[in-house]
Design a protein around this ligand. Structure first.
Ligand code: IPM
Ligand code: MG
Length: 376
């Protein structure tokens, strides 16, 4: 089969990890006889430098014309002026919104060989296999922003707003995914304080009772969840939560896996139900078929250009792309197996190297994964 993949490498370590993802994608093509064509687009700081905007129109068009999108990372000190009118992050938020990608899937698993890489004691990590569904196109990220001055000085506000439709579609997607896993869903909110959280709680409870009575459903306040993720991480199966809570909790959860450099993500507008094969989510949105895949880590300007970045989160994002956008489950598993074999061979970057183990470079890790795909 032929597939068109958009590559938005972005800034900092983005281009370095993207190069390794492309190696792996091409190795998948060779082994399974698929033809991937890749097309590069600008996003973030590099787009600002070249065009004056963080998300040029051509990039949006390229993504719409592609079967799936791979994204590296955006941002860096060069564009960090908090008062700047154009900011790299606008590119990332803009493309999520433009493609209708309301659900961000962030799976967290712990590879047995990386138990030492986590700051948590190994016995706490046993059985950790959770999936966070972060709402991605609403809430405080996208509400009206104000910055004003009155007689007392400056003030600012960020509006957090959610509609029934926005909550229902992601809850349905989360519950469907839970059904295909261990059958447990936790809604994380701050319903003791926030009205938006009270809306999430009442809608989620209603949807779960009416449509998913077979799923074990509970709720947890976000502060308690931050604690439970460290105390009993293996208790969680699927977590569904709003945009900002999901952003914060997944950086925390990445430490279970040992490094931010290990966690991939998929941003989707719909999924095929694992049971009925019907689309779940906003299938009526014309754009909803496109998925965007990116590591959860940022552009890491401190190590950019040094060959130190861990490419595995980006490579595992390729596996998610094969699975969720192209329906190539066998190919996705082959990538994941090749990553495991690379870890077993001890070919790892410094962030997950054990004491005494020599760190491999970004491209050595990418080569090792691609080689294991070819030789499998
Ligand atoms: C993420 C990042 C982004 C976010 C930033 C770069 C805007 O932290 O994808 O988690 O907050 O969504
Ligand atoms: Mg984040």
């Amino acid at each position: 089969m032929k597939y068109k993949i958009a590559l938005l490498a972005g800034d900092g370590i983005g281009p370095e990890v993207m190069a390794e993802a492309v190696k792996v994608l091409m190795a998948v093509g060779k082994r399974f006889d698929h033809h991937f064509t890749t097309h590069e687009g600008l996003i973030g700081g590099c787009a600002i430098d070249a065009t004056g905007t963080a998300l040029p129109e051509e990039t949006v068009t390229l993504c719409h014309d592609s079967d799936a999108v791979l994204l590296g990372a955006v941002g860096g000190p060069k564009w960090d002026d908090p008062n700047a009118r154009v900011r790299p992050e606008q590119g990332l938020l803009g493309i999520r919104k433009a493609l209708g990608l309301f659900a961000n899937l962030r799976p967290v698993t712990v590879h047995p060989l990386l138990l030492d890489a986590s700051p948590l004691r190994p016995e706490r990590l046993e059985g950790v296999d959770l999936l966070v569904l972060r709402e991605l196109t609403g809430g405080i990220y996208f509400g009206e922003k104000r910055r004003e001055q009155d007689e007392h000085g400056e003030w600012a506000s960020d509006l957090c707003i959610y509609s029934q439709m926005e909550v229902e579609r992601i809850v349905r997607m989360a519950a469907s995914l839970a059904r295909a896993r261990r059958g447990k869903l936790t809604l994380v909110d701050k319903a003791n304080v926030l009205e938006t959280s009270r809306l999430w709680r009442s809608i989620t409870t209603r949807v779960m009772q009416a449509e998913f009575p077979d799923i074990a459903f509970d709720t947890m306040l976000v502060d308690a969840c931050a604690m439970h993720l460290i105390r009993h991480p293996a208790d969680f199966d699927v977590i569904v939560t709003e945009n900002m809570f999901g952003d914060i909790l997944t950086d925390e959860a990445s430490m279970l896996a040992g490094s931010m450099g290990m966690l991939p993500s998929a941003s989707l507008g719909s999924i095929q139900s694992p049971h009925t094969n019907q689309p779940v989510g906003a299938a009526s949105l014309p754009q909803a078929r496109i998925g965007l895949y990116e590591p959860i880590h940022g552009s890491a300007p401190d190590i950019a250009g040094q060959g130190k970045a861990n490419p595995l989160a980006m490579i595992l994002s390729v596996a998610m792309l094969l699975r969720h956008s192209l329906g190539l489950e066998r190919e996705a598993q082959a990538v994941e197996t090749a990553v495991h074999r690379t870890l077993e061979a001890g070919i790892v970057t410094g962030d997950i190297a054990r004491p005494g183990q020599t760190a491999a470079s970004t491209s050595q890790v990418g080569d090792a994964v691609a080689l294991r795909l070819r030789d499998a």
